[in-house]
Ligand binder design. Structure first.
Ligand code: IPD
Ligand code: CA
Ligand code: CA
Length: 264
């Protein structure tokens, strides 16, 4: 585990240097499947650097990374990488973005690191050993009243016809006068819930690279993470509800009520 950790930190810091060096500068931006889903030259450079560092030490390990996809799949150790989470923020010079890397061994996420090089905040967790923000232990909030909570969410790039009704669920919380933020980085949403800034986070249609590290960081900080049915969450599924545990059932109820109440 010691060597894995060393390479995890090295990969995140080296790619963080790339994010820092291009921030607020000019770089190439392309659209992916839909026009608002962007990939920049910096995502690709960050990803190449991370993969180069991992491969130099662990050439046999599997990799699942947002822009390049799956490499070497088959090995029991898998690095799940988002070279920039919050690309739209990054492309607009908004310093809310991060490098997110989770290390999965035998299908269990063992290590997670979310690093925002622009703020200098580094969130780290190791399974059964707690979560840390810049090396200080963090815990979820103690808020148990949904109506006093601060929530955060994100929306899929394509919301139309979405069976999970993301806009309607958002409206249901807002109409109860519950404050909600939308940061634009799911990994930071999870980490900011882990350190108690937010009390709960939900989103539909995320990918393993968005949540692998943040999932472990929230869990190790004492949070609860399920799908929208209330079952234990896996990074390979699309629905995520992550909270301090105390408002979990109340949030789950709002989300499931909307599904039942509002027909298409
Ligand atoms: C996105 C961010 C955003 C979430 C999107 C993700 P990207 O990741 O995490 O908060 O709402 O669904 O795709 O594209 O910036 O890596
Ligand atoms: Ca992402
Ligand atoms: Ca990304």
């Amino acid at each position: 585990m010691h060597k894995l950790k060393e390479i995890l930190f090295k990969a995140a810091f080296e790619s963080g240097k790339i994010l820092k060096s291009y921030f607020e500068k000019e770089f190439e931006i392309e659209s992916k499947d839909i026009i608002s889903n962007l990939v920049t030259e910096v995502d690709k450079k960050s990803e190449s650097k991370i993969i180069e560092i991992i491969k130099s030490e662990f050439p046999e390990h599997s990799i699942l990374s947002e822009e390049i996809g799956a490499l070497n799949s088959g090995d029991n150790a898998k690095w799940i990488i988002d070279p920039i989470d919050g690309t739209i923020n990054y492309a607009h010079s908004i310093p809310l973005c991060c490098v997110s890397i989770g290390v999965e061994i035998n299908r269990i996420i063992e290590l997670g690191l979310v690093y925002n090089p622009l703020s200098g905040e580094k969130f780290f967790a190791e399974k059964n050993k707690g979560s840390f923000l810049n090396d200080k232990p963090i815990k979820v909030s103690k808020e148990n009243n949904l109506h006093k909570s601060l929530l955060v969410t994100g929306f899929p790039y394509d919301t139309s016809g979405n069976p999970n009704k993301p806009v309607e669920v958002f409206a249901k919380f807002v109409n109860q006068d519950i404050p909600i933020r939308r940061l634009g980085s799911a990994a930071l949403d999870l980490c900011w819930t882990a350190c108690g800034r937010f009390d709960g986070f939900w989103e539909y249609n995320l990918n393993p690279w968005d949540t692998a590290a943040g999932y472990l960081i929230l869990k190790e900080a004492g949070g609860k993470i399920t799908n929208f049915q209330g079952n234990e969450y896996s990074v390979y599924e699309k629905e995520i509800l992550g909270t301090n545990g105390l408002i979990h059932n109340d949030m789950l109820k709002v989300i499931s009520d909307v599904r039942d109440e509002i027909p298409y």
